[in-house]
Design a protein around this ligand. Structure first.
Ligand code: ADP
Length: 256
């Protein structure tokens, strides 16, 4: 069976709790990746946020300041990777750190260099853990939380599927945290301009806050003939069902 290359993106809300790294959730994520790699079923690239939160566990700088967030990312990134390394080691899996600045995808030459490294890591069964280099490139710290980065990673490194593990378990017809009657959209084949535009006004019922960058990533993936799956990062049962058992019980699938 040919290997299926996928990108999994995990956001900082999933990876952190009360200002620290949520170790149990990180372990559950690592166990999921170990399971996916069993029998060489999947090649997995992980895009992980959480550097600022990991830094904050070491030094309590005020996170409202951009400079402080950059400093915390610099402090936290090695801690984050150390935690991943220890957890992957319990499954006999080696992981690696790949830091990008956002403009890497603007140069074909840089993409080719990066792809050679990623391909070599995957060929040697190593899990690349990608994050934006937040100390020099502040895209993630200002907006997006790696959603858009992960879509570019999936496209340029030739993954057929991007899995976004979020604090929300699917895309709904309106924000489920505000509207009790919101219903889950199981399959989305097209996103409208209105849905893709970040409009923080209360009148925009279907897309506010963090969901917009996820929809933009889904749109990018679909326009490049690739797929995206959005599911909960707090409870991994829907992503297990989808990726391991081939059952779509929860979460939203974007694509055709
Ligand atoms: P993460 O940190 O996991 O990347 P965010 O918290 O940034 O995710 O974004 C998800 C949030 O977007 C949800 O918790 C939800 O409150 C909000 N949201 C707004 N509109 C919707 C919608 N139509 N469907 C799902 N979530 C939505």
């Amino acid at each position: 069976m040919p290997l299926k290359r996928i990108v999994i993106k995990v956001g900082s809300h999933v990876l952190t709790q009360e200002g620290s790294i949520a170790k149990k959730r990180m372990l559950a994520l690592v166990a999921l990746i170990a399971k996916l790699k069993e029998d060489n079923a999947y090649e997995v690239i992980l895009v992980s946020s959480g550097a600022v939160a990991a830094g904050y566990t070491q030094l309590r700088l005020d996170r409202k300041s951009l400079g402080n967030r950059q400093a915390l990312a610099a402090i936290g990134q090695p801690f984050l990777l150390k935690m991943y390394q220890e957890k992957f080691a319990t499954f006999d899996i080696l992981c690696s750190q790949v830091l990008f600045s956002a403009d890497v995808f603007e140069s074909e030459l840089h993409v080719a260099h990066a792809k050679r490294a990623i391909d070599t890591l995957l060929a040697n069964k190593v899990v690349p853990i990608i994050n934006e280099n937040d100390t020099v490139s502040i895209e993630e710290l200002v907006f997006g939380d790696n959603d858009r980065l992960s879509a570019h990673v999936a496209h340029h490194f030739d993954a057929s599927l991007l899995v976004i593990l979020s604090d929300i378990d699917a895309f709904y017809d309106k924000d489920p945290n505000q509207y009790k009657d919101a219903t889950r959209r199981a399959i989305v084949t097209h996103l409208s301009q209105e849905e893709l535009e970040a409009d923080p006004s209360p009148n925009n019922t279907f897309a506010t806050g963090g969901i917009v960058t996820k929809l933009q990533s889904a749109d990018f993936m679909m326009r490049h003939n690739r797929k995206m799956f959005l599911a909960s990062g707090f409870d991994l049962k829907d992503v297990y069902a989808y990726l391991i058992d081939g059952r779509h019980q929860g979460g939203t699938f974007f694509g055709t």
